[in-house]
Structures are given as structure tokens and as C-alpha cells.
Write a new protein. Structure first.
Length: 133
């Protein structure tokens, strides 16, 4: 894949091995490759970046808890189990099927996963990824 810097093992489940796509060393949560146990079948779900904007700092990780608390998904006394910086595809515009690759903080709270925009600090609408290793 000439457009991807690499892939990282994400896990094994149901007779297949899943590799998460990386971009600048960070996971692309919507990009992965599945290899079936027989190693003859490969399912590709890559994200193809077009252009990159200038580097910017992400919101501090401490802000993610406040965003989740304000949204009502992190009750008092509950903690974030895992927090990881990465990228996600986000729809842009209403008429065109354009999706932007945006930096996010991915927070896991119990069995729920939430993505917070790394620049704006907004809770993103949760998509329905086909596979969540």
C-alpha cells in the first residue's frame, strides 16, 4: 500500500488477523486489513490520504474527560479506561460524499468507545465501523 506508512497488529478474532493502518505512526481507526486464517483471503479497508494540512497541537488529553462528562457519557466517579490518539474519517458537507481524515482522541469507557476531535474538543457522532478490534 504505497499510501500507508504501515500497519500494526490489532488483534485476532473469528479466524482472522486484523492489522490497523497507521498514518504518521498513529492508528487510522477506519483503516485496516483483515487476513483470513487460510491466508488466501485478504480484506482491504484502507484510508487513502490526499493532502496533509500543517502540523497542529491536539487538545490536551485531560480535556477529553471534561468533554465526555459534559456530553453525559462519563458519569461522576467513572474513569476513562483507555485513551489513544489517532485518526478517523469524518463526513464533510451535506451534498458531496467527501470525508476528511481528522485527528481524534479515542476514549474507551467500559465497553463503549468515544471519539473526541483532537482540534475542536467536540464529541464526534459515533460511526458504525464494521470491525472494532
Amino acid at each position: 500500500f504505497p499510501y500507508a506508512r504501515g500497519f500494526r497488529l490489532a488483534g485476532k478474532a473469528g479466524g482472522r488477523t486484523v492489522y490497523r493502518q497507521l498514518l504518521d505512526g498513529y492508528p487510522v481507526f477506519d483503516g485496516w486489513v483483515e487476513v483470513e486464517e487460510d491466508r488466501r483471503t485478504v480484506h482491504l479497508h484502507p484510508v487513502v490520504p490526499r493532502e496533509k494540512g500543517p502540523p497542529r497541537l491536539l487538545i490536551p488529553p485531560e480535556s477529553v474527560a471534561q468533554v465526555l462528562a459534559d456530553a453525559g457519557v462519563l458519569p461522576p466517579g467513572k474513569k476513562i479506561d483507555r485513551l489513544e490518539a489517532g485518526f478517523r474519517l469524518v463526513p464533510y458537507g451535506e451534498k458531496e460524499p467527501l470525508r476528511l481524515i481528522v485527528p481524534v482522541w479515542r476514549a474507551t469507557v467500559g465497553d463503549q468507545v468515544y471519539d473526541v476531535s483532537g482540534f475542536l474538543g467536540l464529541l464526534l457522532q459515533q460511526g458504525t465501523p464494521r470491525l472494532q478490534p
